[in-house]
Design a protein around this ligand. Structure first.
Ligand SMILES: Cc1cc2nc3c(=O)[nH]c(=O)nc-3n(C[C@H](O)[C@H](O)[C@H](O)COP(=O)(O)OP(=O)(O)OC[C@H]3O[C@@H](n4cnc5c(N)ncnc54)[C@H](O)[C@@H]3O)c2cc1C
Length: 304
């Protein structure tokens, strides 16, 4: 069985990157996970998803920005996105990464860019999710989020069940009153900071999900794991929550039948829709989550 760490390492190899980007064999899989490279396509897909009953969070892809101009450009792109969402009338919030807005260049640069985006979202009556990234950024992301939240309460952030620190972070964010999206976690983390085995991560997710459903503000349960989704439905019903007092969130292109079923059953369901030219790191995390995706393209390669 290929590990997440190994797949992410292979994904960093320049020859592999070139092959993924240019091979005819990989284009179908890229299209499955990435809505497109431009804003127009992303808005068209958002409109379709809205018509099918889904809420949407748009992610203008990008991360690990190392130049101030690129971080400022990303913030401008998000402001344009917010304006276009407003103008086109689609129902979508946005989801952003702080390393895209310059977190590695210093807190003050990321703060300035994040504040610009949050202010634009407030102006346009929209909502901003701050994605969670690798564990070397967790503290800085949460600190910045918690600092700005009181002035920009139309924002939420993400906690990852695989991190040992998450129970404390969950308490801190619940006390703050912020919306929280709970995920298992998508990065290759050392065993000093994160549970290495799926069974422990799933167990943690269940415990944290129950706490979030009990005490959280409009909790977002972000998983495609059907067992955990059934657990969430059951526990929410036990607590007397209606199907719209919490939200299921799923990624564009993954478990599409499940997505449709949730909407048909009346659950509030949001699809996270990534678009943009910088799709490679996001795409490689989707390969690493499910090595079968990688086997699928490698098999087609060797069949040729
Ligand atoms: C809306 C949303 C936002 C997210 N935001 C973040 C974030 O900010 N930070 C972060 O670290 N992670 C984020 N993630 C990713 C998350 O951490 C997991 O890596 C991802 O959701 C896969 O885990 P799972 O909960 O679906 O469970 P798993 O046990 O990994 O998968 C359950 C089932 O889902 C299906 N599935 C899962 N992944 C794939 C795939 N790539 N391809 C095909 N089928 C698949 C399979 O059928 C699998 O059996 C987000 C996930 C979602 C849904």
């Amino acid at each position: 069985m290929l590990s997440r760490t190994l797949v992410l390492k292979v994904a960093e190899l320049p020859a592999f990157k070139r092959w993924i980007r240019h091979s005819r064999l990989t284009q179908g899989l890229i299209k499955r996970f990435i809505a497109g490279e431009d804003l127009e396509t992303a808005l068209r897909i958002t409109r379709q998803l809205n018509q099918e009953g889904f809420l949407v969070a748009l992610d203008y892809l990008g991360e690990d920005t190392h130049r101030i101009e690129d971080a400022e450009y990303a913030a401008e792109q998000y402001i344009t996105l917010l304006e276009q969402i407003h103008k086109s009338g689609v129902n979508s919030c946005i989801s952003i990464k702080l390393t895209q807005l310059g977190l590695d260049l210093g807190d003050s640069i990321a703060r300035r860019n994040l504040e610009k985006v949050l202010a634009a979202a407030r102006e346009l009556n929209n909502f901003v999710w701050v994605d969670m990234e690798s564990s070397k950024h967790t503290q800085a992301i949460l600190d910045l989020f918690c600092e700005l939240y009181p002035r920009y309460p139309h924002s939420g952030t993400v906690l990852q069940s695989y991190l040992y620190r998450t129970p404390q972070d969950l308490e801190r964010l619940i006390a703050l009153g912020a919306r929280i999206r709970l995920v298992k976690g998508a990065y290759a983390e050392p065993k000093e900071v994160a549970y290495p085995d799926k069974r422990s991560v799933d167990r943690q997710f269940k415990i944290q999900m129950e706490m979030l459903l009990e005490k959280g503000n409009e909790p977002a349960i972000a998983t495609h794991d059907t067992r955990l989704i059934s657990d969430a439905k059951r526990y929410a019903a036990e607590l007397g929550l209606s199907k719209t007092q919490f939200e299921f969130q799923l990624l564009y292109g993954i478990s599409r039948e499940l997505q449709k079923r949730l909407v048909a059953e009346g659950y509030r369901t949001l699809i996270y829709v990534p678009y943009g030219e910088q799709w490679y790191p996001y795409f490689s995390r989707r390969l690493a989550e499910r090595p079968a995706n990688l086997y699928f393209i490698l098999r087609s390669l060797f069949r040729k």
